[in-house]
Ligand binder design. Structure first.
Ligand code: FE2
Ligand code: FE2
Length: 228
């Protein structure tokens, strides 16, 4: 049994935004993902840290979910900034059930446990979002979601999964970092950063939290093993 994380699969099997057009590492990325999951076993858990599918609705994302469901392991799906298909938890669970996507679960307003380690998280916040009059409201909601998830994690060890990096060269989301420290999070995994942005990622220990970037193109489309 093992725990893995990978973000930003950006699948587009049922829509028209294949990432191959960006070239570089993205060329043939769907096949790379399939191969990257070969190390994952059916009893393993993989956290998908947002930007999962380009589909604009559940129906348009169906092929992407079918692709993910066919890969080995239980997958915990999180919301990224491009997951326009995301709807209520009830509708998503019902859709997964109706389509037989039995390996897909949600990490949203809740937490899961893996061998006693609490897997917490939410989408998070990034400076790119800092626009529009509703941004404060959305930001506050993210903080509430994160704290609820961390509280659900109880007193034991906690890992936090975010889509957005709470730390980046020249950027620091203090409110999110404060919650990570306050609730004793030992590791924080995030995605969202692509291509040239990788070099501006903050990696390693900060304030007692270990930060790791797990966006798919950073990992070479191979989920990162984080616990045996
Ligand atoms: Fe992304
Ligand atoms: Fe993103």
């Amino acid at each position: 049994m093992a725990l893995y994380a990978i973000g930003d699969t950006h699948l587009s099997l049922g829509s028209d935004k294949p990432m191959d057009v960006f070239g570089g590492g993205w060329t043939g990325y769907v096949e790379k993902l399939r191969q990257g999951f070969e190390a994952v076993k059916p009893e393993d858990t993989v956290v998908l840290c947002g930007d999962i599918s380009w589909g604009m609705s559940l129906a348009q994302a169906r092929e992407d979910f079918a692709f993910l469901n066919a890969l080995p392991g239980r997958k915990l799906l999180m919301k990224g900034n491009h997951d326009y298909w995301w709807t209520t938890a009830q509708k998503m669970r019902q859709f997964f059930q109706e389509n037989g996507f039995s390996t897909l679960e949600l990490l949203h307003n809740n937490c899961h446990f893996y061998n006693g380690v609490a897997l917490c998280g939410t989408r998070g916040w990034f400076y790119e979002e800092d626009r529009g009059e509703h941004s404060t409201k959305i930001f506050r909601r993210e903080l509430i979601r994160l704290e609820a998830s961390l509280k659900a994690g109880g007193m034991g060890e906690k890992y936090c999964f975010l889509h957005y990096p709470p730390l980046y060269q020249g950027y620091r989301c203090q409110e999110i970092i404060d919650l990570l420290v306050q609730y004793g999070v030992s590791r924080c995994y995030y995605g969202h950063l692509h291509g040239g942005s990788h070099r501006l990622a903050v990696l390693g220990q900060r304030d007692g939290v270990e930060y790791r970037l797990v966006s798919a193109d950073f990992l070479g489309f191979q989920p990162e093993k984080i616990l045996p």
